[in-house]
Design a protein around this ligand. Structure first.
Ligand SMILES: Cc1ncc(COP(=O)(O)O)c(C=O)c1O
Length: 379
């Protein structure tokens, strides 16, 4: 049997990883500034994470959601304390798409309505409703196209108001900072205005923090910089540091009922152990502050690179925009300098999404390599 061939692959086979480094089968070392797509938050194979997961495996790895699992409440308590989001309950699932799928469902259940407002360049995942609110027709199958979604330009309040006036809108879904779309972010006043509009039209707001959450931007959640209160907050990526896990923070105003949501694997013992270890390490190693400090240092170092026309994003969720397509540059960085970076829908933008444990000297190494790569490109 072959593998369903949906991924264009680099010819690199990682066999082990440590903190911000990945090692291939010939023991070549790669600097990972991509974090496996913003997933690695506390570093590859962090000793606390490895020990906790190994210990948990010796006890119990999984049982379904038909029994008591105190690890889930432990996670919810830690999450509330670290994020400051005390007015929410937590529903656990397995991925970012599932987190958004459940958030959209809850918004529809809670309001009894079915249309959704989403934004141009959004990415929310590949399951039924999540892909329908994603701005990429190529990945929307006919079966997904039945969802009623109105796409608006990010930042265009009039467009949002007009869409709400069509009626039957259950929610607005927005990435605080767009990930796959290329690191664009709406202003605080835009968030304030859509909150006011949503209240007026009895519609909820979902802040998709799947990529920007768990300390990546230097705040626990990226929306917190804008000081507003989402109704639903889907989370995933950095949450499990590689263990597949997702969840939704659901505001206390929304009431649960038995059977409203459910999953076999969500919130299993191993997943909870992974997340509890991640939260403990973020706190004990002060990783949000470190993300801020390292980011400030990095932004200062890249100021002198004249080929970088714009820097987008915050903390360790950054996009470096050039005035040429970066595909070859990125390939050069991986194959010749052994540095992983990310790309996005914007062909001119390199994404930097390292573990929050990344240090100044790692970024110095990247800056030197980038300068060399840019030189060979122009010579
Ligand atoms: C903002 C955002 N939401 C949702 C998703 C989907 O997450 P997953 O791939 O875990 O389903 C992603 C993945 O890149 C994302 O960046």
């Amino acid at each position: 049997m072959g593998l369903f061939n949906v991924y264009p692959l680099f010819d690199i086979t990682p066999v082990r990883a440590q903190d911000v480094y990945i090692y291939d089968k010939d023991d070549n070392e790669y600097l990972d500034l991509y974090g496996g797509h913003a997933v690695i938050s506390i570093g590859h194979s962090h000793p606390t994470y490895v020990k906790r997961l190994s210990d948990q495996l010796d006890k119990i790895a999984f049982y379904s959601n038909s029994i008591q699992n105190p690890l889930q409440q432990q996670m919810a308590d830690k999450l509330a304390r670290l994020s400051g989001c005390h007015d929410y309950d937590l529903f656990l699932c397995n991925s970012g798409a599932e987190a958004n799928e459940n958030a959209l469902k809850v918004a529809s259940f809670a309001t009894g309505k079915k249309k959704v407002i989403a934004f141009n360049n959004s990415f929310h995942g590949r399951t039924s409703a999540a892909v329908a609110v994603t701005d990429n027709p190529k990945i929307v199958a006919p079966i997904n196209a039945q969802q009623e979604v109105i796409f608006c330009e990010l930042g265009d309040v009039n467009a949002v108001e007009k869409a709400l006036e069509t009626g039957d809108v259950c929610c607005i879904i927005i990435e605080t900072i767009q990930g796959v779309g290329g690191l664009d972010e709406a202003t605080t006043s835009f968030f304030d205005l859509i909150v006011t509009l949503s209240r007026k039209h009895n519609c909820l707001i979902i802040a998709d923090e799947v990529q920007s959450g768990f300390g990546r931007t230097g705040d626990f959640f990226a929306f917190q910089k804008h000081k507003w209160t989402p109704d639903l907050i889907p989370i995933a990526k950095g949450m499990g540091n590689g263990f597949p896990v997702g969840g939704v923070l659901i505001h206390h105003d929304i009431k649960a009922s038995f059977g409203m949501l459910g999953t076999t694997f969500g919130g299993n013992h191993l997943a909870c152990t992974a997340v509890n270890a991640v939260l403990d390490v973020i706190e004990s190693e002060n990783l949000m502050q470190k993300a801020n400090d390292t980011s400030t240092y990095f932004l200062d170092q890249i100021k002198e690179i004249k080929e970088i026309k714009r820097v987008k994003g915050r903390g360790l969720m950054l996009g470096l925009e050039f005035d040429f397509p970066i595909a070859e540059l990125r390939k050069d960085l991986i194959l010749n300098h052994r540095i992983f970076t990310g790309n996005s829908k914007n062909p001119n933008l390199i994404r930097i999404l390292p573990s929050l444990t990344v240090q100044q000297h790692h970024l110095d190494h990247f800056v030197t390599a980038l300068k060399k790569a840019l030189k060979t490109r122009t010579s």
